[in-house]
Write a protein that binds this ligand. Structure first.
Ligand SMILES: Nc1ncnc2c1ncn2[C@@H]1O[C@H](COP(=O)(O)OP(=O)(O)O)[C@@H](O)[C@H]1O
Ligand SMILES: [Mg+2]
Length: 259
């Protein structure tokens, strides 16, 4: 991006944050010199701006979902194709508990200290996991780009509305079989365990299930990989079973998978 424009934008942001921070009661969620609208801090806004000047996206439309650790935005690229931006929040203390999913994964052994670096690493982890799955032919949103804490990926849905997840969908035995086969392919082909495999993190599209939210997925070499695998199988089995769908004994599914 042009240095000049970039500097101007930066000083504009500074101005705004500074003028807000002088007031005691801050309007529209600006926090003292730190966070824009409680969600995007200044470096994140700069990163979004960089995505535009790097032609990854043309503009950002608006938020789709706000979680504790990330927010997902609907953006559009220069060809008018929808893009999902998952923005990992730097201003969160919740990341501490996530350390366990990174420490122990040999891919991330050289860990730099500090929340900010941990957040960048987490975004990188999700991007790598998505890429690995995508390359193995596992149905996930196609990863597009990663800069710092902002991950751009294929938008699964239409006109800015994400596809329904399993929880919100009519489901049948075929969906159960697909879900189990995704866990299996994840394990045997991508050598990953999702770690948060649930009805909340699987889209049901017209072309079958699509798995997402791969930030917590771990490499098989992670010491807790098998425990996470067991939990993933148990959780999804419970969900299908509660909906009255015939399921296999999760213990057997697990044993078969690791054999
Ligand atoms: N690739 C995508 N395309 C469309 N919507 C998405 C995409 N990824 C995430 N979303 C939307 O954002 C929500 C939260 O995403 P998720 O990755 O599960 O984040 P969290 O870590 O907050 O659970 C999803 O339920 C979905 O509505
Ligand atoms: Mg999720």
């Amino acid at each position: 991006m042009s240095d000049d424009i970039s500097r101007k934008l930066e000083s504009k942001l500074d101005e705004k944050i500074f003028s807000q921070s002088r007031k005691k009661q801050l309007k529209d969620g600006f926090k003292k010199g730190k966070v824009v609208n409680e969600v995007l801090d200044k470096p994140t806004v700069m990163t979004l701006y960089k995505l535009i000047t790097d032609h990854i996206i043309a503009f950002v439309n608006g938020p789709i979902s706000a979680g504790k650790e990330s927010v997902v935005f609907w953006a559009v690229d220069e060809k008018n194709v929808d893009v999902a931006l998952k923005i990992y929040l730097v201003s969160t203390s919740n990341f501490k508990k996530r350390e366990a999913y990174i420490l122990g994964d040999p891919r991330f052994s050289k860990l730099k200290k500090g929340t900010r670096n941990l957040v960048f690493l987490w975004a990188k982890k999700e991007f790598k996991n998505l890429s690995r799955c995508y390359d193995c032919g596992i149905p996930v949103p196609k990863p597009i780009h990663l800069t710092r804490n902002v991950l751009a990926m294929e938008f699964v849905g239409k006109n800015g509305s994400p596809c329904k997840v399993l929880l919100e969908s009519q489901i049948d035995e075929n969906d159960y079989n697909q879900a189990i086969s995704i866990i299996k392919n994840l394990y045997t082909k991508a050598e990953l365990v999702h770690g948060d495999f649930s009805e909340y993190n699987i889209f049901k599209t017209d072309n079958g299930l699509v798995l997402f939210d791969l930030g917590s997925a771990v490499d098989l070499r992670h010491p807790n990989a098998q425990e996470f695998l067991k939990r993933d199988i148990n959780n999804i089995t419970r969900f299908f079973s509660k909906r009255g769908i015939r399921v296999n004994d999760p213990t057997n599914v697990f044993k078969e998978m690791i054999s």
